[in-house]
Design a protein around this ligand. Sequence first.
Ligand SMILES: Nc1ncnc2c1ncn2[C@@H]1O[C@H](COP(=O)(O)OP(=O)(O)O)[C@@H](O)[C@H]1O
Ligand SMILES: [Mg+2]
Length: 219
Amino acid sequence: MTQLPLIKLQDVSYTYSGATKPILDKINFTLHEKQHLGLIGSNGCGKTTFFHIIMGLLKPDSGMLFFKGNEMRNAQHFKKLRQEIGLLFQDADDQLFSPTVLEDVAFGLLNLGVGPVKARQIAIQTLGDLGLAELEKRITHQLSGGEKKLVSLATILAMQPKVLLLDEPTNNLDSTTRARLIKILTELDIAYVIISHDRDFLAETSQKVLTMTQGRVTE
Ligand SMILES: Nc1ncnc2c1ncn2[C@@H]1O[C@H](COP(=O)(O)OP(=O)(O)O)[C@@H](O)[C@H]1O
Ligand SMILES: [Mg+2]
């Protein structure tokens, strides 16, 4: 039996208001179960926009978006989708806002209605799994850039997503943190897409690297 793709975009176009032409122009894209994809493309070509379309943060002008075979058409659909797709923002400061690391990692779970005791337990477990147990009680805004990036990833993984979208995760990472991130990602058994300019990082983390040009994604 062939599995339905996790994510499928069919002829999706998007134009920012005021722009003269679409930034995404009839884009077609498929992500399968457990697939690890890289996405490369010049600055401003629309990579982040593409992730925001998938998350339902921007609404396409035309085209269709499917998640697990169902077309995502309204806010309710995207609300459910966002519980299963984790987006790692380009800037960790957009992701972290609680006073301590543990509170930040538990936040999403509490928001999903998980009880406080259970949320704390899952948060501790997730930080431990990522080798970040020693950061638990740290003040979030005092962390280094690399630590913030890993804690951001923990906040997402704690919610046990089916898919991860990572937007330029290696920016400003030192070589130790970068190596740690590679190890974490390659050991994940969920599907992910990584936007990056770092071809070596993509070679180590992705089965296939796609290119975005002129509003489309190609192999
Ligand atoms: N809110 C916005 N309004 C208008 N234009 C935008 C907005 N956000 C991004 N853009 C423009 O759309 C283009 C694509 O942006 P983006 O998807 O962030 O590119 P990338 O992630 O590939 O660098 C850029 O030229 C950017 O300036
Ligand atoms: Mg971007």
